[in-house]
Design a binder for this molecule. Structure first.
Ligand SMILES: Nc1nc2c(c(=O)[nH]1)N[C@@H](CNc1ccc(C(=O)N[C@@H](CCC(=O)N[C@@H](CCC(=O)N[C@@H](CCC(=O)O)C(=O)O)C(=O)O)C(=O)O)cc1)CN2
Ligand SMILES: [Zn+2]
Length: 769
């Protein structure tokens, strides 16, 4: 049985790539220094995989920012607005063009916006959305793929397996950006010849296997999309017949696309047997004799040790039908979504550490499974004992928590009065102007703020010194907001390392790692906490900071919490009970915090749920069941307060059009959402749906240092005014400002407040005849 890997984390075990990229962007290191860091990471990863005994080592899974953006460079899908970056400034090279597409370009008198970014399926990874125009032409533009293939060959002395995103998925991941309507899938005719040229070039370089990822095969497909798959792979087969294609699917089962997938003329098909273990029977039965099946049995999306007996059962089932020779063994998906190395976790309790596996350990699991299939029973027994110790551990089961969650009633998830009543009460109480202004919560997490936490950890600062510094930062952020003239203030979240990790650290049932970083986008990483057992709140989590902040100002201070679905979605979740059960436990904990904030005099409380859309199952038919419990979890967290307390929620990074009804059911008094990059497109959906509650459509993109003008924001507010009742509109940025610096933050917010003032004047001006 051949073993292989679908992709390895590329940030480096110590986040070397993050640090080097940010240094390069700041102009502190040279291009060659950045490239050297990247090269070292690749070498380290390849050798590590070789040492772990992985049969086929992937290459081109490395990326300086994002693998979808890499594809856009490979096939020359560069939007024309970036032409000046590559042509006018002679010191720029391909990497600068690449970063300009990812991050925008505001240098040398140019002001070019970044490409859109969105969620990679149901993960917390974000990719750069390809932009397509009707009749667009493609050509091989970048050598990265070929260079890395040759480099890997040199370093490992083996023939690597290059990884590409398949032509159909690549097109489906993108967006039409043209004045004339067209269907991006029609671009396949132009795109495919370039793919074939790429494959031929790989073959010329000595490639034997190529992994082509087509994750869209696990989603609902139209007839036309299915035909696109058939056409693409027939052509590839016809023109690159000697190359072995491994078609990779993940994150769901193939379901009704099984027959389509197994009949595509490729050599091997990879399936995710962690998400969809039941699909193994159908897939191996349907597989024609030429097709090998790659069994994705080791979870690439979670940190728990593999249950070998379960995996073995799957492998044996497949073996009985198609024989060992036609089987391959792999993780369920790329290990991009796993932290790098468990070894570094010296602070984890030994028993619990023994329940876990990070990327490096997952490679060993693949190897051990191979040995077990070959007859090694010791490894199997050892693993069974560990799995058993976790299952029965008293450290993770709390009867009182289970009982409380079991006793949840519908009334617990419903506010006292309906929205219109609450709105009146809140208006009376707050007396806010039309177009009230606010921000989403965080202010710049500067190097100085991060250093404070680092010093606290090292013992260079006492808890008291640390808190006093954070108090100063909070006070100064409040003064800035008052001066700018914002209506509803925030404390700035300076005390938080991350909006999920911060809560994970305080909740019972959670564990956290020292170095369990996972890439979220570009150089930005997260350290997802681990939900190991029943979750409960042991005391106040945010009251101290919110109350402190409210004491500093006469204006309204918004309390700031992360919602249960987002905490669930951005953590490594226990896999021994359904996700909804865990979500309800978290919801009750957050609910208690909301009530505690109200008691402490906080009148406006925001419960962020940016990940609610991301958790939506990939198949439409599974959506309603998820949304039912996800919305209920949010409502549970929000419904413990009086009518006079205003509950906000916030969402970003997603397309919400298809879940509008459920967003309305969340019944937040105010929702603030990311809309600016789609030019308020999303608001049309809110308008069509007649969204009843108050809404703050983001008027500026916070992902770029670019300061938006008053006019741009006024224009967006006019659009919003045309679509929704004025009395329901708020004015705010797209998302939190933690990744920004102070100067641009202040400048942008000043402009935003001015735009709100203009909108107010316009709305209240007498109509002149
Ligand atoms: N979990 C999560 N998912 C999310 C978001 C989010 O905010 N959180 N936002 C959306 C976009 N994603 C984002 C993800 C991460 C970041 C981000 O800013 N991450 C920071 C890390 C944040 C953090 O945990 N910081 C810690 C530790 C930071 C650190 O690097 N510490 C040093 C020590 C300090 C030093 O000596 O320099 C170290 O460990 O090496 C802290 O502030 O305390 C980064 O990559 O730079 C932003 C957006 C969607 N998904
Ligand atoms: Zn956000």
């Amino acid at each position: 049985m051949l073993t292989h890997n679908l992709g390895f984390p590329r940030i480096g075990a110590q986040r070397q790539l993050k640090k080097a990229s940010e240094q390069y962007w700041a102009g502190n290191i040279t291009r060659s220094e950045l490239f050297l860091t990247a090269k070292k990471i690749r070498e380290e990863n390849w050798l590590l995989q070789k040492q772990a005994g992985i049969g086929m080592i992937p290459c081109n899974d490395f990326s300086f920012y994002d693998q979808v953006l890499d594809m856009s460079l490979l096939v020359g899908a560069v939007p024309p607005r970036y032409t000046p970056v590559a042509t006018d400034i002679k010191e720029n090279t391909e990497i600068d063009l690449y970063f300009a597409m990812a991050r925008g370009y505001q240098q040398h008198g140019l002001d070019i916006t970044a490409m859109e970014m969105t969620k990679w399926f149901d993960t917390n990874y974000h990719y750069i959305v390809p932009e397509f125009t009707a009749g667009q032409q493609f050509r091989i533009l970048s050598d990265k793929l070929f260079n890395e293939f040759n480099e890997c060959q040199r370093v490992t002395g083996t023939t690597p397996k290059p990884v590409l995103i398949g032509p159909v998925s690549y097109l489906l991941l993108g967006k039409e950006k043209d004045n004339q309507p067209f269907d991006r899938i029609d671009l396949l005719k132009q795109l495919l010849p370039v793919y074939i040229e790429v494959l031929k070039k790989l073959e010329d370089n000595g490639a034997i296997w190529v992994q082509i990822d087509e994750p869209f095969l696990v989603t609902d497909l139209t007839e036309k999309q299915k035909q696109a798959f058939e056409y693409a792979y027939k052509e590839i087969r016809r023109q690159c017949g000697d190359l072995k294609i491994l078609l990779a699917t993940y994150f769901e089962g193939l379901q009704e696309n099984t027959s389509l997938a197994v009949n595509l003329p490729v050599c091997a098909l990879h399936i995710d047997l962690v998400r969809a273990p039941q699909q193994v029977d159908e897939v191996v039965k349907a597989a024609p004799p030429r097709l090998s099946i790659s069994l994705g049995v080791v979870d690439g999306r979670n940190i728990w040790k593999n249950d070998y007996s379960k995996s073995l059962a799957i492998i044996e089932k497949a073996k009985a039908v198609i024989g060992e020779d036609r089987l391959m063994l792999a993780p369920s998906c790329s290990l991009l979504h796993s932290p790098v190395d468990l070894e570094g976790e010296t602070a984890l309790d030994a028993e619990i550490k023994n329940w876990m596996a990070f990327a490096k350990q997952k490679l060993d699991e693949i190897n051990e499974l191979q040995q077990i299939v070959a007859g090694d029973t010791t490894l199997l027994k050892k693993n069974a004992a560990i799995i058993e110790s976790r299952r029965n551990s008293t450290r993770i089961h709390k009867q009182t928590v289970k009982d409380r969650a079991a006793a949840i009633k519908e009334a617990d998830a419903t506010r006292t009065s309906e929205f219109t009543v609450r709105q009146q009460i809140q208006q009376q109480r707050f007396q806010l102007p039309l177009f009230p202004t606010t921000t989403i919560g965080s202010f710049p997490q500067t190097e100085e703020i991060r250093q404070l936490r680092a010093k606290l950890k090292k013992g260079d600062l006492t808890q008291q010194q640390y808190e006093s510094e954070i108090e100063d930062a909070t006070i100064s952020a409040i003064r800035v907001q008052e001066e700018i003239g914002l209506d509803v203030l925030v404390h700035g979240e300076f005390e938080r390392n991350d909006m999920v990790e911060y809560f994970g650290e305080q909740l019972d049932g959670f564990l956290f790692t020292k170095n369990g970083w996972v890439q979220s986008y570009g150089s930005r990483c997260v350290k997802p906490p681990v939900i190991a057992g029943d979750v409960s709140r042991t005391g106040d989590m945010t009251v101290r900071w919110s109350a402190f902040a409210q004491e500093q100002t006469n204006r309204l201070m918004k309390g700031m919490l992360t919602g249960p679905v987002t905490i669930l979605q951005w953590s490594f979740v226990r896999d021994d009970q359904p996700r909804w059960q865990t979500a309800f436990q978290i919801a009750l904990a957050i609910r208690d915090e909301v009530v505690a904030l109200e008691k402490a005099g906080i009148k406006v409380i925001q419960i962020d749920e940016p990940a609610i859309r991301e958790g939506l199952p990939l198949r439409k038919k599974d959506g309603p069941a998820y949304l039912e419990w996800a919305v209920k979890a949010f409502r549970l967290s929000a419904s413990g307060v009086k009518d006079e307390t205003q509950i906000h929620t916030h969402m970003c990074y997603s397309e919400f059009n298809d879940i509008m009804e459920h967003i309305a059911k969340m019944d937040a008094d105010v929702i603030t959402i990311e809309t600016s990059r789609s030019q308020m497109e999303l608001l049309e959906a809110f308008a069509r749906f007649k969204y009843p509650n108050e809404i703050g459509p983001g008027v500026y993109d916070i992902h770029s240092p670019r300061v938006p003008t008053v006019e741009e924001m006024t224009h967006l507010l006019e659009k919003a005014t045309a679509l929704l009742p004025v009395k329901n509109l708020w004015v705010n940025p797209d998302c939190g400002l933690k990744t920004r610096r102070w100067p641009e933050t202040i400048a942008a917010l000043k402009n935003m407040v001015q735009a709100a003032q203009q909108a107010r004047e316009k709305a209240t001006a007498p109509v002149l005849i």
